[in-house]
Ligand binder design. Structure first.
Ligand code: SF4
Length: 342
């Protein structure tokens, strides 16, 4: 169902509220597309409160796009350590290198070229164009989707192109009524602070325009299909220590947690199979195992059920050993939890 809202009045009420009530966020004080790009990638899958410290530290380490482009990937991953979803860090790094080598260090100011950059999808491109360059371009993330589908009672399945196109079309019309930077950020802010999954309609500055509120059916929007159940994978991780140093392995360059460091880990339910694989790779024989802990680690699409064993070997291992307090490389979030046990 599509309803009619007076967009001029809606945008006025929304932006007035935003100008008075917006949070003080470091990445909202700037129009620098590089800073906006970094912040938007960090905010994917991460709450604002969690990411602010990471953002400040990251920008202090790599204050310019050239500094980031010239840094080794390991130090970028290290700066991202703990934020999770490390592919984002690799994208940020690759994009910085591309901007420096192909665009003389300046982010493109058009949708087509932005979408060619690693890690830049329609949402991030829209955010850069509207916030940094003031070009009226919809930036549609989950929060914005929620607000607009409720406002207009758009009931299409949100995973379909049709739903996206409807929201995009309406946003394009709304963008005509205020500056694109404030409007885009105001919508994001409303979705983050007021129009939550459990909406705070009583304090909403645009409730007089909202059809879902009028019809008391806010929770029916957005129309999401039921989530698929996540795959459970059994993993066994081994902690091997030699003179205060620990054995670590590096994950492959592509795929889940690419390039991250971790304690040797094997996807299996069988301790015997994990021991055999370890012995083969490290050319030794595990002679003792002690179960330290077992925990679940959640990804968006799967769950790792990890059993962690401390091991001793017949033949000491001398390669790939690291001191954990001065690790030069980034570890995945799951293995940072294991590190904390030691
Ligand atoms: S009135 Fe409620 S449902 Fe409508 S936009 Fe505001 S918070 Fe969201």
């Amino acid at each position: 169902m599509k309803n009619t809202v007076n967009y001029q009045n809606f945008v006025y009420d929304l932006c007035e509220w935003y100008r008075i009530n917006q949070r003080t966020l470091p990445f909202r004080k700037t129009r620098d597309p590089y800073a906006i790009f970094v912040s938007e990638l960090m905010l994917q899958q991460t709450q604002v409160d969690t990411m602010i410290d990471y953002y400040n530290r990251f920008m202090a380490s790599f204050p310019t796009i050239e500094a980031l482009a010239n840094a080794p990937l390991e130090s970028v991953l290290k700066a991202w350590e703990g934020l999770g979803y490390y592919r984002r860090a690799a994208y940020v790094h690759k994009t910085a290198q591309k901007i420096v080598s192909e665009y003389q260090g300046a982010f493109p100011n058009n949708y087509k070229d932005l979408l060619k950059l690693p890690g830049v999808g329609r949402y991030t491109a829209g955010a850069i164009l509207s916030i940094a360059y003031m070009i009226p371009t919809p930036a549609i993330d989950g929060n914005v989707f929620r607000v607009i589908t409720r406002l207009l009672m758009i009931d299409d399945d949100i995973t379909t192109a049709k739903a996206y196109q409807k929201v995009e079309k309406e946003l394009q019309l709304m963008l005509a009524y205020d500056n694109p930077s404030d409007f885009t950020q105001a919508l994001m802010e409303l979705g983050a602070l007021v129009c939550l999954r459990q909406p705070k309609c009583q304090i909403c500055p645009v409730k007089s325009h909202c059809f879902a509120y009028e019809h008391s059916c806010q929770l029916a929007f957005p129309n999401k299909p039921k989530a698929k159940t996540k795959n459970m994978e059994s993993q066994i991780a081994f902690i091997y220590e030699n003179n205060g140093m620990f054995l670590l392995s590096k994950r492959p360059q592509t795929g889940l947690l690419a390039n991250m460091f971790e304690f040797p880990q094997f996807q299996t339910t069988s301790l015997t199979a994990a021991i055999q694989s370890f012995n083969k790779i490290y050319n030794t024989i595990i002679q003792d195992t002690v179960l330290l802990t077992e925990f679940k680690h959640l990804f968006t699409h799967k769950i790792w059920q990890i059993r962690v064993y401390k091991i001793k070997t017949e033949v000491p291992i001398t390669d790939s050993l690291y001191r954990l307090n001065t690790l030069p490389y980034a570890m995945s979030k799951a293995h940072l939890k294991i590190k904390d046990l030691i």
